[in-house]
Design a protein around this ligand. Structure first.
Ligand code: NAD
Length: 474
């Protein structure tokens, strides 16, 4: 019998009597049921958040900071239970699930140390003008299925710290660990400060258009991000959108083939490629293309695809059937067009679980779907380039602008290339490193605004300028 999970509204764990099934993508078995919320439950959660906002927004920041740090500690103390549950609903191998849970604890604890100080704009004989930051109010948080806990916590922590209250909706595909976390943290802040409700995708637009929600913070696809922007425009809600990417990695001819092969592999295949900032197009200089592509292929053949709860699994299943079908379609398209596979390319439809084999394509054309679209799966195209200018133009030839990387011994040349890439983050000689102190956000259609760092925290606040005319009453 699948376990029943409950929602957190106003400090109470509740259900609606109607349930949604959650399945394990490694086995396709139903492993849990979560409440199916609609407008009535959303109204209750928003009312609780609104009521809590009155006092939480005026609670001293030190107390709010302690509450966020308390949540970080709860996550850390319960990490083993949480990461096992996360693997069972999301599919990622235990080690990677542990990384997500511990990462969420670290990010929350570190973000809790941030503070938006008042800024003095003018302090003259006649006037004192300062800008302070005030919380925007009730936040609606909407989260995807690839990093459900990390994404939930990276919305809850800054909302709480800034003095906002939040109603958070996990993805219907991966709500279990977030709801278990809800139960664990329910007393970490006063009732109504954090509310977590589950429902179908249709709950999303109800949040976006709710008249008593002041801000939406969303992570998910660019297509949904556009709908959210439209929905939020009706009452000019503040929005932060973290969206899709088609990130390019550029490997210069001086890169150490032995050292980079394994790192390039994991930059694409961690979480079965389902990472917004995964390397989705890898451009290798022609001088080392053959050697490096062979080294990546050789390493790929040592990695096991399977159930993430089994020891030795490096790449788990795709998280859900819809995404599995999409990745299979991209592989089929590559096969139909006669592109060359270095590794994989044959999906075995028999058996249960959404498994896609590690697939690496050998120099497909720039207009191939697998190059031009965000694949979000364990399929990596390797492409040859000749000059820096050419590869910069190819990397920038995308509607997305989330992240990218350059691999080289010559870091000055790497930085010079990085500065010409149209993305929010560029890594030199590393990948997937996010800092709680640095803003993370997309250029172009990869996002709007940022998370993390002071810039991320600011997005949960309004600027308020207070000006005192010093000599007016004397
Ligand atoms: P999705 O857009 O389908 O769903 C994300 C969330 O939005 C879910 O909770 C879903 O229920 C909800 N939703 C769906 N329709 C909605 C609507 N009309 N209004 C409001 N909410 C709605 O995305 P996904 O498939 O869960 O996630 C994969 C995508 O997320 C990829 O494109 C990936 O690149 C992107 N992503 C981006 C980042 C980032 O930080 N930039 C991080 C992770 C994932």
């Amino acid at each position: 019998m699948p376990e029943l999970y409950h929602n957190l509204i106003n400090g109470e764990m509740i259900d609606t009597g109607e349930w949604l099934d959650v399945i394990n993508p490694a086995t396709e078995e139903v492993i849990g049921k979560v409440p199916a919320c609609g407008a009535a439950e959303l109204d209750k959660a928003v009312a609780a958040a609104r009521a809590a906002f009155k006092t939480w927004s005026r609670t001293p920041i030190e107390e709010r900071r302690k509450a966020v740090q308390g949540i970080a500690k709860i996550i850390q103390d319960n990490h083993e239970e949480l990461y096992r549950l996360l693997t069972s609903e999301q599919g990622k191998p235990h080690e990677q699930a542990k990384g997500e849970i511990m990462g969420a604890a670290y990010m929350a604890g570190s973000q809790a140390t941030l503070e938006l100080e008042d800024v003095v704009n003018e302090d003259s004989d006649t006037r004192l003008s300062r800008t302070r930051r005030v919380p925007v109010g009730v936040v609606g948080g909407i989260v995807p299925w690839n990093f459900p806990v990390m994404m939930a916590v990276q919305k809850i922590a800054p909302a709480m710290l800034s003095g906002c209250t939040i109603v958070l909706k996990p993805s219907p595909f991966t709500p279990l660990t977030t709801l278990r976390l809800a139960e664990l943290i329910k007393d970490a802040a006063p009732p109504g400060v954090v509310n977590i409700i589950t429902g179908e995708d249709s709950l999303g637009p109800l949040i976006t258009s709710h008249p008593d929600i002041d801000k939406i913070t969303f992570t998910g696809s660019t297509a949904t991000g556009k709908k959210i922007m439209e929905g939020a425009s009706k009452d000019l809600k503040r929005i932060t959108l973290e969206l899709g990417g088609n990130d390019a990695s550029i490997v210069l001819p001086d890169a150490d083939v032995e050292k980079v092969a394994e790192q390039l592999f994991w930059s694409s295949f961690s979480n079965a490629g389902q990472i917004c900032v995964a390397a989705k197009r890898i451009y290798i200089h022609e001088d080392i293309y053959d050697e490096l592509s062979q080294a990546i292929a050789a390493y790929a053949k040592t990695v096991t695809v399977g159930d993430g709860s089994q020891q030795g699994t490096g790449v788990g299943p795709i998280q859900n059937k819809k995404q599995f079908d999409r990745v299979c379609e991209l592989i089929e398209d590559a096969r139909d067009n006669g592109y060359k596979f270095l590794v994989g390319g044959e999906v075995d439809p028999s058996g249960s679980g959404y498994y896609v084999p590690i697939t690496i394509l050998d120099n497909p054309p720039e207009d191939a779907r697998i190059v031009a679209e965000e694949q979000f799966g364990p399929v990596m195209p390797l492409m040859k380039f000749s000059t820096d200018d050419e590869v910069i133009a190819r990397a920038n030839n995308s509607e997305y602008g989330l992240a990218g990387a350059v691999w080289t011994k010559d870091t000055d040349r790497g930085v010079a290339i990085a500065e010409q890439l149209e993305t929010g983050t560029v890594w030199i000689n590393e990948y997937l490193h996010l800092s709680p102190f640095a803003p993370f956000g997309g250029h172009k259609q990869s996002g709007f605004g940022a998370e993390y760092g002071l810039e991320g925290l600011k997005e949960f606040t309004y600027a308020q300028v207070i000006t005192v005319k010093k000599d007016a009453m004397v």
